[in-house]
Design a protein around this ligand. Structure first.
Ligand code: PMV
Length: 364
């Protein structure tokens, strides 16, 4: 299926059922943590390799959009608040995004929008907030389109379109459209998988009960934006090998996750995290995003796994903070490890605990 073609065709036929109309929508959408990493893109926000993630339960962006559609308006007007305040850099990014969406959502030309968005996790946490932020906004904008066109709820189609629209803001946001384990990117392993939208995948139940504990080793924002990082992959001498390796890791990881192999899962997930950072280090200029405390935590986690035979694994985003992944039934042991041995590496003894979450929620 060519989603872009389908949505452009629908957009060309756009006719609202009302000449003016107003209302409000609100969505709470989660962030996600990649197990197989997306790093390197092509075309318009398309991934160079498929990626796989857990959707998180507690790291949420709540976005409310008030809209006022009127066919006599000639230019859309947007006001934008982040955590109750004006934010110039977000505003610029969102305006660019909304302009890009005009070809898929022609209604935006005739609509005033008041966007009010809040994260329940601190921006300073250094956790990827763009996935939940773009996902929540994309769900609101898709919802408004459905209301203006009086489209009856067609769940699968709504979620596919919202995932497509999310992707145009931030690639990883495409995966936040669904709960559980989510794939984004074309692969022969999953029928109907696509570079344009994400797809939820079924895994062994042990992985539906995983935890992700993020240790805030460094609360400063990232030294390099992910947009710049993806771009650097275009000249990375190892790019082809990396894209092939990601596909092989995905195939192995999906097999392990189907049969509930937590030990094998830990090995592949850590290998992916280190490969992502290897790509950052070998780009030109090279970026070193891990900190001494990141390495100390990683060593402790590996030692704990070896000593206790508990399948705890680390993964990393494009930053220094460490995500610890483990099955829920080992929570007591892992929490003891965190409190006794790992929080000393976090300047504010700060951490965020997530379960694998159930995905976006519409708030009425
Ligand atoms: O969605 P972006 O453009 O912020 O890129 C996300 C990149 C990583 O978080 C490092 C990996 C991933 O797959 O989420």
């Amino acid at each position: 299926m060519n989603y872009s073609k389908k949505y452009l065709k629908e957009a060309n036929k756009f006719r609202s059922s009302n000449s003016s109309c107003s209302g409000a929508v609100c969505w709470e959408n989660p962030s996600n943590i990649a197990l197989i990493k997306y790093w390197g893109k092509k075309g318009d926000q398309l991934p160079q390799n498929p990626s796989l993630s857990f959707t998180l339960s507690n790291s949420i962006t709540k976005t409310r959009v008030k809209y006022n559609y009127n066919e006599s308006f000639r230019n859309s007007h947007i006001s934008f608040l982040v955590n109750g305040e004006k934010n110039k850099s977000f505003e610029e990014r969102i305006s660019k995004y909304i302009n890009k969406l005009l070809m898929f959502f022609p209604y935006l030309k005739f609509t005033e929008l008041e966007i009010d968005t809040k994260n329940n996790f601190p921006h300073s946490a250094g956790m990827a907030s763009s996935a939940s932020a773009f996902s929540a906004l994309a769900f609101c904008l898709t919802d408004i389109e459905y209301q203006l066109l009086s489209i009856k709820e067609r769940k699968n189609e709504f979620f596919a379109k919202a995932s497509f629209i999310s992707r145009l803001g931030s690639g990883s946001a495409a995966r936040s459209a669904y709960g559980g384990t989510v794939l984004w990117g074309k692969t022969e392993l999953i029928r109907n998988s696509s570079d344009e939208v994400a797809t939820p995948v079924k895994v062994h139940e042990v992985f539906n009960d995983y935890r992700d504990l993020v240790l805030i080793v460094d609360s400063k924002s990232k030294e390099i934006s992910s947009t710049a990082g993806h771009e650097l992959m275009n000249n990375n001498p190892y790019q082809k090998v990396r894209y092939k390796q990601a596909c092989q890791n995905l195939e192995q990881l999906m097999d392990l996750m189907r049969i509930g192999n937590t030990k094998g899962f830990s090995e592949i997930v850590e290998y992916e995290a280190l490969s992502l950072h290897a790509m950052m280090m070998t780009s030109s200029p090279g970026n070193l995003l891990v900190k001494p405390n990141t390495l100390s935590v990683i060593r402790k986690i590996r030692k704990f796994r070896a000593d206790r035979s508990i399948p705890v694994a680390f993964t990393l985003d494009a930053g220094a903070n460490v995500h610890i992944l483990f099955p829920g039934n080992h929570s007591d042991d892992v929490m003891k490890l965190v409190k006794d041995e790992l929080l000393i590496f976090c300047p504010d003894r700060e951490y965020i605990l997530n379960e694998v979450g159930s995905g976006p929620k519409k708030i009425s």
